[in-house]
Design a protein around this ligand. Structure first.
Ligand SMILES: Nc1ncnc2c1ncn2[C@@H]1O[C@H](COP(=O)(O)OP(=O)(O)OP(=O)(O)O)[C@@H](O)[C@H]1O
Ligand SMILES: [Mg+2]
Length: 267
């Protein structure tokens, strides 16, 4: 039932990596997850071991059928994936220019997934595509925005703050959080930017993911960070964020217990 939207006004900040690894991490806690790709790059599926040659997805037939769930793929790790898929220019244009801008279209498309009370839907949104975000907002419980610990992301802070303020004004407003990604304490600029972001955004920051070679290796291996290197700092960081999100969403584990807040980490 809960919907987590991963969105950023900046490209390459780790949206796809975060969306996929949140799914992986939540699933290791006994929760059922589905990763939904709204990005025409169609890259989310590659984080789940789905072969490059598999170009199936829901967008190509979106104008004829609102049954997105029939395009669901299951993965060996008990996480479901709904890929964007291969499209023609016309199909993609119809999806981006009109269909996705209609909240009722998104509601219909996601209906079956959101109707399952024990299924957590994690959506990977295309960079800076405000229409997709806007359509998802009435359904999203949480919006998570990864930003890099660099000056380019820093310059976008006012935009992120304005967006979050706009979201907060809406009826049944989604909770909004920032993840600082690729924090690297060996680099002064990273430390400075992180310090400034933490001071300025305060409670909005739900976690920090360190720059870690295991992330790159996991992407290359099409696996989760934790399965590539369970002891890696990034795997730990993602686990902390998933637990915080699970707690904020009031999710219940298989044994019926609720998540409780983990100790604050790094912040
Ligand atoms: N914590 C990290 N440590 C090291 N590398 C990382 C980390 N997070 C992401 N990366 C790398 O950064 C690159 C961009 O990540 P990703 O594709 O998840 O970003 P994105 O926001 O989805 O990009 P796009 O805007 O193109 O959709 C990838 O090569 C990924 O492996
Ligand atoms: Mg991406």
């Amino acid at each position: 039932m809960p919907l987590i939207a991963v969105y950023s006004p900046k490209g390459g900040t780790g949206k796809t990596t975060l969306a996929a690894n949140l799914c992986h991490s939540l699933s290791t806690m006994g929760l059922k997850t589905v990763a939904v790709d709204f990005d025409p790059q169609n890259a989310l599926r590659l984080q789940f071991g789905i072969p490059l040659a598999d170009t199936s997805g829901y967008v190509a037939s979106a104008s004829e059928s609102a049954m997105w769930s029939k395009h669901l793929l299951s993965t060996p790790h008990h996480v479901f994936v709904l890929p964007y898929g291969k499209t023609t220019i016309q199909q993609r244009s119809a999806f981006e220019k009109s269909l996705i801008r209609e909240p009722s279209f998104v509601t219909r498309g996601l209906q079956e997934l959101l109707a399952q009370p024990d299924l957590i839907v994690v959506a990977d949104l295309p960079t800076a595509n405000i229409y997709t975000l806007q359509s998802l907002l009435p359904k999203a419980d949480v919006v998570v925005t990864p930003l890099l610990a660099d000056t380019a992301s820093l310059s976008l802070l006012p935009e992120v703050e304005n967006l979050f303020a706009d979201i907060a004004m809406q009826e049944n407003a989604s909770d909004t959080f920032v993840v600082i990604n690729q924090a690297d304490y060996r680099r002064k600029v990273s430390k400075d930017v992180e310090g400034y972001m933490v001071q300025r955004l305060n409670d909005t920051i739900i976690g920090i993911v360190h720059r870690d070679e295991s992330v790159v290796e996991a992407n290359a291996a099409q696996q989760s960070i934790s399965s590539v290197n369970h002891a890696s700092v990034a795997a730990f960081d993602i686990e902390v964020i998933s637990k915080k999100l699970a707690e904020k969403l009031g999710l219940v584990t298989n044994d019926g217990s609720m998540f409780s807040a983990p100790a604050p980490h790094h912040i």
